[in-house]
Design a protein around this ligand. Structure first.
Ligand SMILES: [Zn+2]
Length: 196
């Protein structure tokens, strides 16, 4: 199992897929009955067949983030269902840290819990559709999250350089180094043996 990074580590190999352009939106609705909660769940289960869906909270305040490959028809359809079926709903096409803070505060007010999202390693913003850089370090595999804005900012470089470029901008101080070979590791072990 991979772990989330805490910083200051040497990374041996890094890789990530540059973000694809698409449409994103956040949908929030107050559900007053189990029936309404089920209706909302089913709606986003259907949506997940053709788009990326992340559930941000469930309960009195149910919230979902949706990303399509550029098709806005699905987002419009969800918006229309929410507006006609739920007395209180919020639809936000601009999915950012301010939107997430609003969800968090509504969840707290209704004793609900918001899904934990990892902060971007560059700017600290959370993003339900973060770009994940897969890295390897001494302790094993590592996943590092970057928000869409920062990933976009670094995506004009060569695809192979994309992950390294993000790591370089990461505030937690990761360094990409060559993977240590057995030949490099051996003299250290010998020295340790001599020392004891
Ligand atoms: Zn960022």
């Amino acid at each position: 199992m991979s772990s989330r990074g805490s910083g200051g580590l040497e990374l041996w190999s890094v890789s990530a897929t540059p973000p694809q352009p698409g449409c994103r939106a956040m949908f929030l609705a107050e559900t007053r009955t189990p029936r309404e909660e089920r209706l909302l769940k089913d709606l986003f289960k259907q949506a997940a067949r053709v788009a990326d869906v992340v559930c941000l909270s469930q309960g009195v305040i149910s919230c979902y983030a949706v990303r399509t490959d550029g098709d806005t028809a699905l987002l419009q359809m969800i918006e229309s269902v929410l507006k006609t079926q739920f007395p209180f709903c919020i639809i936000e096409r601009n999915l950012n840290e301010v939107t997430l803070k609003l969800v968090e505060s509504l969840c707290a007010d209704t004793k609900g819990e918001m899904a934990a999202l990892q902060p971007c390693g560059v700017c600290g913003a959370r993003d339900p559709f973060s770009t994940v850089v897969l890295a390897e370090c001494q302790d094993g595999p590592l996943e590092l999250d970057y928000c869409a804005r920062c990933a976009e900012h670094h995506s004009d470089v060569d695809a192979e350089q994309f992950a390294a470029s993000l790591i370089q901008a990461d505030r937690r101080g990761y360094v990409v180094v060559g993977r240590p070979t057995d030949a490099q590791a051996r003299p250290q072990r010998l020295l340790a043996a001599v020392g004891t």
